[in-house]
Design a binder for this molecule. Structure first.
Ligand SMILES: NC(=O)C1=CN([C@@H]2O[C@H](COP(=O)(O)OP(=O)(O)OC[C@H]3O[C@@H](n4cnc5c(N)ncnc54)[C@H](O)[C@@H]3O)[C@@H](O)[C@H]2O)C=CC1
Ligand SMILES: O=C([O-])CC(=O)C(=O)O
Length: 329
């Protein structure tokens, strides 16, 4: 391990997701066993004491890949020199709330953090937003960081992607490794569209392998789209370990590349592909290589899929208009 440490900033580090995420990053799950990591952890002032406890636990793990931890409440300090920023810190929703309800509560966090990233992060910064409403928070951060190329921002729909793979694998009684080319389109919300028409199971079209449009429409799509709410209902708190795991999957694939012959779902700034208005942070099928992503082109979109994608994109436009009205972008 001779390389210099990669600086990974994590916000909301004393929260539920942070408690799972930090230990996995520190153990090498994100960048591998040969890359040392320096963690730079941002929290609000009242949570710094709890965060000190988490750092004590990180120390106690004696992870060979952990090359240091810095904590603080000033994003200008914590984002200094960061190569990767995972923006998790935001209030989670509770029973009965939709993600849109979080717009005003959480949106303001991302203006300040966008500016701080703009002014202090390393030139190769990549920014992944997990905190909800993730797509629009990423849009806010991106809009407040004019010097950072737009391609460096993404929002997390990998958890939805993983949920869709798991549901499909269970339905067909196959291992998750058989499933490729899953796509989540649109918003990380109940309007998202998990698409089985381009997914494959052992190389065969997934919708055909299922052969049950009723299940696809009335069980699969709502189960995936409303899984977050189901977890809140069951656990009494929003998903955390699975969200941390998906945050790692997304960042790892972004930096290290998606698997040959497969693609992943990432919410990224639209270039107008698939008639998603330019600049909206919407989820697409993408391939990744060396920290760059590319939207998979040329997929045929039938009327059913078009309607679902349009509905989710409409919600994203409404969220964008709402944060514009709040003066956040
Ligand atoms: N995109 C996705 O797939 C998922 C997103 N989420 C979202 O992730 C976010 C975090 O969830 P949890 O860890 O469960 O919440 P949590 O409430 O346990 O932790 C959030 C932490 O963020 C901190 N925080 C608040 N404002 C901050 C700021 N300005 N700077 C830095 N830290 C700040 C809080 O002090 C708290 O420690 C929520 O918005 C939740 O809805 C959760 C699951 C999946
Ligand atoms: O549903 C929530 O509020 C948390 C979340 O984003 C998810 O689990 O997908």
């Amino acid at each position: 391990m001779s390389n210099s440490p990669v600086k990974v900033a994590v916000t909301g580090a004393a929260g539920q997701i942070g408690y799972s995420l930090l230990f996995r990053i520190a153990s090498g799950a994100l960048l591998g066993p040969d890359t040392p990591v320096q963690l730079r952890l941002l929290e609000i002032e009242p949570a710094l004491k709890a965060l000190e406890g988490v750092v004590m636990e990180l120390d106690d793990c004696a992870f060979p890949t952990l090359a240091g931890v810095e904590i603080g409440s000033d994003p200008n300090v914590i984002f200094d020199g960061a190569n990767l920023a995972l923006l998790v810190g935001a209030r989670p929703r509770t029973k009965g709330m939709e993600r849109g309800d979080l717009l005003s509560a959480n949106g303001a966090i991302f203006t300040g953090q966008g500016k701080a990233l703009n002014d202090h992060a390393a030139d190769d910064i990549r920014i992944g937003v997990t905190g909800n409403p993730a797509n629009t928070n990423a849009l806010i951060a991106m809009s407040n960081a004019p010097d950072i190329p737009r391609e460096r921002f993404s929002a997390l729909t990998r958890l939805d992607h993983n949920r869709a793979i798991s549901q499909l694998a269970t339905k067909l009684g196959v291992p998750v490794t058989e499933i490729t080319k899953m796509t989540i389109w649109g918003n990380h919300s109940a309007t998202q569209y998990p698409d089985l028409f381009h997914a494959e199971v052992g190389g065969r079209n997934a919708a055909e392998a299922v052969g049950d449009q009723e299940w696809l429409e009335n069980t699969f799509i709502p189960t995936v789209a409303k899984r977050g709410a189901a977890i809140i209902e069951a656990r009494g708190a929003s998903s955390a370990a699975s969200a941390a795991s998906a945050t790692i999957d997304a960042a790892r694939d972004w930096l290290k590349g998606s698997a040959q012959g497969d693609w992943i779902s990432m919410a990224v700034a639209s270039d107008g592909s698939y008639d998603v208005p330019e600049g909206l942070i919407s989820s697409f099928p993408v391939t990744t290589k060396n920290g760059e992503w590319e939207i998979v082109q040329g997929l045929e979109i039938d009327d059913f899929s078009r309607g679902k994608i349009d509905a989710s994109v409409k919600e994203l436009q409404e969220e964008r208009d709402a944060v514009k009205d709040l003066g956040l972008i």
